[in-house]
Write a protein that binds this ligand. Structure first.
Ligand code: DX5
Ligand code: ZN
Length: 224
């Protein structure tokens, strides 16, 4: 099956004193999404940023805003994130008791719905929602911080999910998040991921060069 590969630079690793500039640079270099990590200090140890940042960067770019909610009870904030400019909203299966209802409310808010799984969470939690969602985010590190190393056991998880999706939801986007760089990206693409989040691999050094380097590799993978 033909595939579309998407690069999603994560602004968690951007230079916040020049955030607008960093975003425009990665967009001009060809990145299709902007990955926006929201951390609540409870579901994950750290706290990142919230709606005011999203509203303000919404004014300077048309990039797809891929909002990753690392928060407890994300259902409380779906409408608020949609209102400030999220195009896609991803919630953690571990954090939302009534996951099916949360997915419905993401769609009702007009956004694309994603479900994220921590490394230790089995794919079976998706059994009864896989057909209802647009994307699964496989965490390839434990969520909470940028700059960690890819967990090799996640390769088999991505592969199994792509097999499941080919039967149940062929258009499913599989996003990988954490430790994706020029040395691990082939592994995740080969396993069947097609949305690659990259934080430190994009925002450390020359952003244009880094984005182009990753996109170049992504172009080689044209079919599942
Ligand atoms: C981690 C976040 C990631 C993070 C990835 O909890 O969800 O999106 O920004 O950073 P890197 O690419 O540096 O591992
Ligand atoms: Zn993320």
């Amino acid at each position: 099956m033909k595939r579309e590969n998407i690069l999603a630079p994560s602004i968690l690793a951007a230079d916040f004193t020049h955030l607008g500039e960093d975003i425009q640079t990665v967009a001009a270099a060809g990145a299709q999404y902007l990955h926006i990590d929201i951390m609540d200090g409870t579901f994950v140890p750290s706290i990142s940023f919230g709606m005011p940042v999203i509203s303000s960067i919404r004014k300077i770019t048309d990039l797809f805003f891929d909002v990753h909610l690392m928060m407890e009870k994300p259902e409380r904030y779906i409408q608020a994130f949609a209102d400030c400019g999220a195009d896609g909203i991803t919630v953690h299966a571990e954090a939302s008791t009534h996951l099916h209802r949360t997915i419905q409310s993401i769609h009702a808010a007009g956004a694309r719905a994603g479900v994220a799984l921590n490394p230790a969470t089995p794919l079976s939690v998706l059994d009864y929602v896989l057909e209802d969602i647009d994307m699964v985010l496989i965490m390839t590190v434990n969520p909470g911080f940028g700059g960690q190393s890819y967990i090799p056991a996640m390769t088999g998880k991505i592969r199994t999910l792509r097999e499941l999706a080919s039967k149940k939801n062929p258009d499913l986007l599989i996003e990988v998040d954490g430790g994706v760089n020029t040395s691990t990206i082939r592994t995740v693409l080969e396993a069947g991921a097609n949305v690659c989040v990259a934080g430190s691999a994009v925002f450390s050094g020359d952003r244009t060069e880094k984005v182009k380097g990753l996109l170049e590799v992504m172009k080689e993978y044209t079919e599942f």
